[in-house]
Design a protein around this ligand. Structure first.
Ligand code: NOJ
Length: 508
């Protein structure tokens, strides 16, 4: 029915492997665990997986500090396990994306060990070394700390936009660029379908540019301020590597710029990223006016470049959206309808289909230096005390895991899990929801309403974020495809939507 590439029509499901499923019973998730749960993902209607990093790593940043891009950390398994996972996914018609970390390595990467040894070795210029800090940039996670550290061994300062254990690579050196392209080819040759690219807007930097005073005043790291022209040239190089392979191998960039216009530029003219995350939308508050504004603004910047939007509400770095939006499950259901009906590629984060909020983690026992343990709680598979994990996992479970687990919610056709499944199925049966044109409908204050149209298929979506029942004339006699509210107000003959509820209906 349509020839749109898979990265435009499918929903991507993010797996945080440490917390997804544990096959070897050590309390940390692994690749065989993921393989053992592919049936579940298929049942849910997921066709594309993105795994947070599983490469060799000392785990200072739980895998975002890579010490070998071309091997699997024993925590997660082996290269053979990864080959099996890729083959299993492909057999089921699923795709697998990995998380590529191009801005920095681990300090234990052999490249850095060589680079820091002295100022004349072959990799002396593979990282960013200076006789003194070149600017006022702050690093992430350790509040207010400089992005520059002094290295005794080499007698110079090195740049790290994140932890000291994560030195930034020097992409100005063509040998670094070539070596990083090789790491992509290593996985493309093994069959992976694409990459989420970690803070990819940082691979070009202008060290002369100090961050604005507000950064230092508020202790904000350099990351959201870095936006320089040379990065675009480097993204074109990366795109050329991907385009050298068949099958629409895809890039989705973590462009952590909180401005839609700046973010949109990273798609280039269709020759840079295939997709970019949109953090301005992720951080929008749960009210219709604010969301409408972000959606319209995003679409206008992307449309002018013929670029395809993405929509993300939760990931492994931020408090889960149900929690950010106030905690009511009814609102999490409305958010699910929004995520899966906006025009673009939605990204789900494991566990949002269970309506999870964050686990409560005592700051004294936090494991992550960035304080992100709560949203990384292990997925509860069953109602039993260990929820399918064999023993206590590495982090505590999210609240209500006795009931908010896969087995219990799967057995309840009215659960939020079934709502996600229904929405994913609707996207597959109604192409208008994937690639149809989008039009906003004027609506009451705390209501978002829009249509999606493809040929003669016209679907209307109404999200009532408010406390009152709302009336949307377009809904009158429009057969309901999905509704999260009370049935009395949501009969096909009605033009109403309950408070804190969403409706999808077919227009004549
Ligand atoms: C963004 C990743 O999502 C986050 O988890 C990580 O800590 C930083 N980049 C550094 O790699």
């Amino acid at each position: 029915m349509n020839n749109a590439p898979w990265w435009k029509t499918e929903v991507v499901y993010q797996i945080y492997p440490r917390s997804f499923a544990d096959a070897n019973g050590d309390g940390v998730g692994d690749l065989q665990g993921i393989r053992s749960r592919l049936d579940y993902l298929e049942w849910l209607g997921i066709k594309v997986l993105w795994l947070s990093p599983v490469f060799s790593s000392p785990m200072a940043d739980f895998g975002y500090d890579v010490s070998d891009y071309c091997d699997i950390d024993p925590t997660f398994g082996t290269l053979a396990d990864m080959d099996e996972l890729i083959a299993d996914c492909h057999r089921r018609g699923m795709r697998l994306m990995l998380d590529w970390v191009p801005n920095h390595t681990s300090e234990e990467h052999p490249w850095f060990e060589e680079s820091r040894a002295d100022r004349t070795n072959q990799k002396a210029d593979w990282y960013v070394w200076r006789d003194e800090p070149a600017n006022n940039w702050l690093g992430s996670f350790r509040e207010g700390s400089s992005a520059w550290d002094y290295d005794e061994q080499r007698g110079q300062w090195y740049l790290h936009c994140f932890l000291s254990e994560q030195p930034d690579l020097n992409w100005d050196n063509p040998d670094v660029e070539a070596a990083m392209h090789d790491t992509l080819r290593f996985w493309l040759d093994r069959g992976v379908d694409g990459f989420r690219m970690d803070v990819v807007h940082l691979i070009g930097k202008d060290l002369e540019l100090d961050d604005p005073p507000v950064a230092a005043e508020r202790g904000i790291s350099h990351v959201p301020f870095n936006d320089v022209a040379v990065t675009h040239q480097r993204l074109r190089g990366i795109r050329a590597v991907l385009d050298g392979y068949p099958g629409e191998r895809t890039s989705v960039g973590e462009v952590y710029l909180l401005d839609e216009a700046a973010m949109a530029a990273y798609y280039g003219d269709g020759d840079e990223l295939h997709l970019s995350f949109n953090f301005s939308f992720l951080w929008a508050k749960w009210n219709a006016a604010g969301l409408r504004n972000k959606i319209v603004n995003t679409l206008s910047h992307l449309e002018s470049r013929n670029a395809w939007p993405t929509w993300v509400l939760s990931n492994h770095d931020v408090p889960r959206h149900r929690q950010r939006y106030g905690g009511a499950e009814a609102d999490a259901r409305v958010a699910a309808v929004m995520l899966l009906t906006l025009p673009g590629t939605p990204f789900m984060y494991q566990g949002e289909e269970l309506g999870l909020v964050d686990a409560a983690v005592d700051p004294a026992t936090q494991l992550d230096p960035g304080g992100r343990d709560g949203c990384r709680a292990p997925l509860a598979w069953t109602a039993e005390p260990h929820h399918g994990w064999g023993r206590d996992p590495w982090l505590p479970f999210a609240p209500e895991s006795e009931t908010r687990n896969v087995a219990t919610l799967r057995a309840d056709p009215g659960s939020i899990l079934h709502l996600y499944r229904e929405l994913l199925a609707l996207r597959h049966s109604h192409a208008a929801l994937n690639i149809g044109a989008f039009e906003m409908i004027n609506s009451a204050d705390n209501v978002l309403a829009y249509t999606r149209t493809l040929g003669d298929q016209r679907v209307v979506v109404v999200l009532n974020l408010g406390d009152e029942i709302c009336t949307v004339p377009e809904l009158l006699h429009a057969p309901r495809l999905c509704s999260t509210g009370e049935s009395a107000t949501e009969a096909d003959s009605s033009d109403k939507v309950s408070a804190h509820a969403a409706v999808i209906a077919l227009l004549a």
